[in-house]
Ligand binder design. Structure first.
Ligand code: FES
Length: 281
């Protein structure tokens, strides 16, 4: 059992929890993730670790309620327990001094890379963070990103915060005005990561995509997180979750994810309905 020490609502259906997990907090590095199960009936939920407090023995997790299991996780309160948390899993990202590092995130993608971004800054890189969301309400970790970045540029689809448009427009402009970027890390919606990758490929900028595909066991056994990278089949849980963006087959990833998302959404709607009419979840 892992107790929730602290819980915060960051945005529409986006929650941040601090969970007791001393062994994971001791070993985890930026880029790694955990798999948790809320209860006996719950599916396994993979979540990137957004931070640790090794002294307190806690890890921070940020998630969006998109399906039944993340919905149930979001309903847990401070002091309540998660059935189990397994990790750290996956490979840590290589934190080097590249020079000018640009983090490009969309929506909840900010949560996947927050800890990595912090580590890049601590390594002495100049950090430019480009954050995007459909609207202001879906923008998360703005305050936290501002604390660790040298520059933060915000773009929203509807113009409710920052510039109206997409993160990829900002990237194009940064390159267009001659802003030298040595390394790009991107996380968020697959079409956004694909576009980022297309742009940086043309300009020869090293780019890493932090992928968040469907995961089941998190140990390389089920094949759920399969992704094609440079014509090779890789498993995000054991070979990733961060890959050279220029080699990722984003079209295939998008198709696989879209198939799963429609099931996930329907199941989440059912959960909300059961809660509303007072049935056991
Ligand atoms: S989650 Fe099963 S192989 Fe990666």
């Amino acid at each position: 059992m892992n107790k929730i020490i602290k819980k915060e609502v960051l945005g529409e259906k986006i929650k941040k929890i601090e969970v007791e997990a001393p062994l994971i907090a001791k070993k985890a590095l930026p880029g790694q993730f955990i798999v948790l199960r809320v209860d006996e009936k719950g599916e396994r939920i993979p979540l990137t670790i957004a931070g640790i407090d090794a002294e307190k023995g806690t890890i921070t997790l940020i998630f969006q309620e998109v399906g039944t299991s993340t919905g149930k996780l979001g309903m847990l309160k401070e002091g309540e327990d998660i059935l189990n948390v397994v990790g750290p899993l996956g490979n840590p990202v290589e934190i080097e001094k590249y020079g000018r590092v640009c983090i490009i995130v969309g929506g909840v993608g900010a949560a996947f890379v927050y800890w990595m971004a912090k580590a890049f800054k601590e390594k002495g890189n100049y950090l430019i963070t480009v954050m995007g969301a459909r609207n202001e309400k879906l923008l998360i970790l703005e305050k936290e990103m501002k604390k660790i970045s040298d520059e933060v540029i915000i773009a929203t689809d509807d113009g409710s915060k920052g510039r109206k448009g997409f993160t990829t427009d900002v990237l194009t402009d940064l390159i267009g005005i001659g802003d030298k970027l040595d390394y790009v890390l991107t996380a968020g919606p697959i079409p956004m990561m694909k576009k980022v990758s297309d742009i940086t490929k043309k300009h020869g900028i090293k780019t890493i995509a932090s992928l968040n595909p469907i995961m089941v066991d998190g140990t390389g056994m089920c094949g759920g997180c399969r992704v094609t990278v440079g014509k090779e089949v890789k498993f995000a849980c054991v070979d990733g979750p961060d890959f050279d963006a220029h080699s990722v087959d984003f079209d295939e990833l998008l198709k696989r994810t879209a198939l799963y998302k429609s099931h996930e959404g329907k199941s989440y709607e059912k959960l909300l309905h059961r809660c509303k009419i007072g049935l056991d979840t």
